[in-house]
Structure formats: structure tokens, C-alpha cells
Design a protein around this ligand. Structure first.
Ligand SMILES: Cc1cc2nc3c(=O)[nH]c(=O)nc-3n(C[C@H](O)[C@H](O)[C@H](O)COP(=O)(O)OP(=O)(O)OC[C@H]3O[C@@H](n4cnc5c(N)ncnc54)[C@H](O)[C@@H]3O)c2cc1C
Length: 288
């Protein structure tokens, strides 16, 4: 009897093979989504898993990177390693640089882009890199599909706009100019396998006259949610793409941030390092 009661209280583990099945299951009961598990399992060390699980790793509809009429579609289950291995235009150089910074290769082989967004850590390396690509998050449920700008998807530390019955199905990158290129710089206490103190992602587009037509800059680990720097982005437009771009950012461009002081660095250090990384990112893109 005791054994039966124990068996009845076992959490559910669902691993559907179709998106329709997965969405129906999510609509029917509260389930925790499991992708690569690289955030999920470390958050549960030392205690049994008590919640019902929806393992989405068999959902082929959530895989693959494709160029479509309205931009690029990165399937939610795209792993960091798959992204790095895929031939992509220079627009994605920054995201690829971020991918190589997500833990070690084992973590990059299992961890997914959508998992990084949904976990919504202030130190998530993927978030600034994807913010600087002006991405939209595609959410699927039995009610249909909706797209939310990434800046509105991550609501706070560990908080997102993903509904209880929704899955992130893809990340959508809007069309950019053919010459668009991006970069990503991460500062940690050591070179690899480190939680970011600050990270900066930048994307630049340039016109035929060699002047910047569009700039996107994002800083992570300096506020609960990574932030774009709209005032600086505006000032960069019209500037010649040259080493002088690195002189445009000023300290008050980082006023949108709210860095904390912790074991990894003080707020003042984060602000100072953030400005330095923004300048270096622009210098790197000007030089490219
Ligand atoms: C050793 C180690 C080092 C790491 N280093 C870094 C690092 O340097 N930088 C960094 O940014 N991260 C790092 N991480 C964290 C982690 O690897 C990444 O955040 C990874 O991208 C998470 O993806 P996942 O598929 O493993 O997510 P999971 O652990 O499967 O899920 C994470 C969260 O997202 C939800 N979720 C996942 N997919 C979906 C979906 N499609 N729709 C709705 N909800 C979903 C889950 O319910 C869960 O809440 C590290 C992890 C480890 C173990």
C-alpha cells in the first residue's frame, strides 16, 4: 500500500514527439519545460524532482536555423554548439562569440538558446547578444503563435512573459543590411568558464557612404535585465565607421543601468568596465 501511494505521487515525465501534443499537455496541466537541462538540473541539486516535466527535446519543429522571407528563424532548441557550427553571415558573429562563452563545450552541446532566455538570469550571455540583433521571441500555445520583442519578453531576474501554457518555439532575427556585423565582449574574473561581470553586444550597419545607418548596443550583468543603450545608438547614426566611433560613448550613456556590487565586482567597477567594453566593441566593429 505504502509502495502504491509512493508510486501514485511520482511526478509525471512527458516527452511528446509532436508540438501539438506538447502544447495540448501544457494547456491541460502545470508542467515544467525541460530542454538541455543545463539550468534546470543545477537548480535542483540535492533534492528530488517534485514537479511534472515536459521534456521538449524530441520536438523537431523547435530545431534548425533557417533564413525566411522575414528574416532568420532560430529554432528554440538550437544549441550553442549548433549555432557555432552553422555557416552564418557576419551579422551573427556576436551571437557566435557569446555561444563560445556559455560554459564549456559540454554545456554548449546541451544548452539551448531558448533555455538561456527563459531562465532569464541577469548574467545570461545570450540575452545581450540577442537584444543587439533586435530579436523577437516566438511563443506557441494551443491558442496560436505570438511574437514578443526580446526586450519585452525578459521582465526581470528569472521572470519572463512566457505564459504557463506557452513554449518558446523560436527566436526571430529581423532582416538587416547585407553589411551588418556584430560582436560580443565578456568580462569575467578569468578567461573561460566564468559568470559574466559585464558583457556587451553590438551590431552596426553602414551605408554606401561609410556612415553608420543603424546601431544596436546591449549591456548585460549590469541590471536585472540586459539593457539596450538607445541614446548612444542614436548618436552613432551618421558617424563615419572609423576608429573614432570608440570615442562616442560617454559615462552617462550607461545611466539606464543599475549595476549591483557583489563578490564579482562593485557597481562602480561594472559601470567603468561596461563603458570600456562598449568602446572596445565599437572599435572592433569599425576595424572589421
Ligand atoms: C557548467 C555550466 C556553465 C554555464 N555557463 C554559462 C555561461 O557562461 N553563460 C550563460 O549564459 N549560461 C551559462 N550556463 C547556463 C546554461 O547553460 C544556459 O543558460 C543554457 O542556454 C540553458 O539552456 P537549456 O536548454 O539547458 O535550458 P534548461 O535548463 O532546459 O531550461 C532553463 C529554463 O528555461 C525553461 N525553458 C527551456 N526551454 C524552453 C522553451 N522552449 N520554452 C519555454 N521554457 C523553456 C525551462 O523550464 C527552465 O526554466 C551554464 C550552465 C552550466 C551547467
Amino acid at each position: 500500500m505504502q509502495h502504491e501511494e509512493h508510486a501514485l505521487s511520482q511526478p509525471l515525465y512527458l516527452q511528446p514527439a509532436s508540438l501539438e501534443e506538447a502544447l495540448a499537455a501544457l494547456a491541460a496541466r502545470r508542467l515544467t519545460v525541460l530542454a538541455g537541462g543545463t539550468d534546470f538540473y543545477p537548480a535542483r541539486v540535492g533534492r528530488p524532482i517534485a514537479e511534472d516535466i515536459l521534456d521538449i527535446t524530441r520536438l523537431a519543429a523547435l530545431r534548425g536555423i533557417a533564413q525566411e522571407a522575414d528574416g532568420w528563424r532560430l529554432g528554440a532548441l538550437t544549441t550553442w554548439s549548433e549555432l557555432v557550427a552553422q555557416p552564418l553571415p557576419p551579422l551573427f558573429d556576436g551571437l557566435k562569440r557569446a555561444a563560445r562563452e556559455v560554459g564549456g563545450v559540454q554545456t554548449q552541446n546541451a544548452g539551448t538558446l531558448a533555455g538561456n532566455l527563459c531562465n532569464a538570469s541577469p548574467a545570461a550571455d545570450g540575452i545581450p547578444a540577442l537584444l543587439a540583433l533586435s530579436t523577437q521571441v516566438e511563443l506557441a500555445s494551443v491558442r496560436g503563435v505570438r511574437c514578443v520583442p526580446l526586450a519585452q519578453f525578459v521582465l526581470g531576474s528569472r521572470a519572463t512573459a512566457c505564459g504557463r501554457d506557452e513554449l518558446v518555439s523560436a527566436i526571430r532575427v529581423p532582416p538587416h543590411a547585407a553589411d551588418a556585423r556584430s560582436t560580443f565582449l565578456k568580462l569575467g574574473a578569468r578567461r573561460y568558464l566564468v559568470i559574466s561581470v559585464v558583457m556587451v553586444a553590438a551590431t552596426l550597419e553602414t551605408g554606401h557612404d561609410g556612415r553608420v545607418t543603424r546601431a544596436a548596443l546591449a549591456i548585460g550583468a549590469c541590471s536585472p535585465v540586459a539593457q539596450r543603450l538607445p541614446a548612444l545608438e542614436q548618436r552613432l547614426v551618421g558617424q563615419p565607421r572609423s576608429a573614432a566611433l570608440a570615442q562616442v560613448p560617454q559615462g552617462n550613456d550607461l545611466d539606464v543601468l543599475a549595476p549591483i556590487s557583489d563578490v564579482r565586482g562593485t557597481a562602480a567597477y561594472r559601470r567603468d568596465a561596461g563603458l570600456t567594453l562598449v568602446r572596445r566593441a565599437l572599435a572592433a566593429l569599425a576595424d572589421d
